[in-house]
Design a protein around this ligand. Structure first.
Ligand code: ADP
Ligand code: ADP
Length: 220
């Protein structure tokens, strides 16, 4: 019943070992925090899961299938990656309309996800002048567009103001409460303590701890 299954991923970039046997599962109905220092392999793992990088070995499945074999992938998994490229001259709403059309999702949910991420009237402004926090909100709106059962967010808290941090915590909790599997990365363990149910701790391309948050706090 795991929604994401990562098994023995290995990946090198030249002489750099980015992934060295990365393995974990992400289950529905929970927020799984993916933590570890910069360079631990979190982004590479997410990119491999999404088929954006090819692993040298190992397997990554979403809902039991490789991402590349999914029809209408945005209906299966929504992702926010660090470098979400935005067309600066487009408004946020037009960006979402374009994405919905090009991915065959229909535009019915566009205004709902704009509300869900709190972009409001800013959605009618061009993204060129957007703050990092607004870009993150737009990226999350894009991830939610297909109403997917699996969400994968890479450092979504980056660039958010304190109010945004509280907001995203609530959003992640409610997405998990709806039964979705949520994988969210952060280089700050403290950021995840109040948000995640489980922590997958990465270091040097592999998992060094995989535990419930309560157990981790009890052990500290
Ligand atoms: P225990 O403390 O009894 O060994 P855990 O706290 O490790 O159990 O796991 C509790 C539940 O969470 C188990 O059903 C386990 O299968 C599940 N689980 C394990 N890894 C993950 C994960 N990465 N994401 C979500 N659930 C997980
Ligand atoms: P994290 O997300 O945990 O910060 P990354 O997955 O971004 O870690 O990086 C893991 C390692 O792989 C780092 O040493 C990083 O420099 C390296 N790396 C990641 N992507 C590339 C790339 N495209 N080319 C070369 N090295 C890379």
């Amino acid at each position: 019943r795991a929604s994401i299954e990562v098994t023995g991923l290995r990946k090198r970039f030249g002489r750099t070992v980015a992934l060295d046997g990365m393995s974990f599962t992400v289950r529905p109905g929970r927020v799984t925090g993916f933590v570890g220092p910069n360079g631990a392999g979190k982004s590479t793992t997410m990119r491999v899961i999404l088929g954006l990088d090819a692993a040298d070995a190992g397997a990554a499945l979403v809902g039991g299938r490789p991402y590349r074999s999914l029809r209408d992938p945005l209906r299966h998994v929504g992702a926010l990656l660090d470098a979400a490229a935005l067309q600066p001259s487009r408004t946020a709403r037009n960006h979402l309309l374009w994405l919905a059309r090009s991915q065959g999702l229909g535009t019915r949910r566009v205004d709902a996800v704009i509300e869900q991420v709190g972009l409001g009237s800013a959605a009618r402004r061009r993204t060129g002048g957007f703050s990092m926090g607004m870009r993150q909100r737009l990226g999350i709106a894009a991830a939610l567009l297909g109403d997917p059962p699996v969400l994968m967010l890479d450092e979504p808290v980056n660039g958010l103001d304190p109010e945004g941090v509280v907001w995203i915590r609530g959003l992640l909790r409610s997405l998990a409460a709806e039964g979705r599997a949520v994988l969210v990365s952060s280089h700050l363990m403290s950021e995840m303590q109040d948000t995640a149910d489980r922590l997958v701790v990465a270091g040097r391309g592999r998992v060094v701890a995989d535990t419930g948050v309560d157990e981790l706090i009890a052990a500290a």
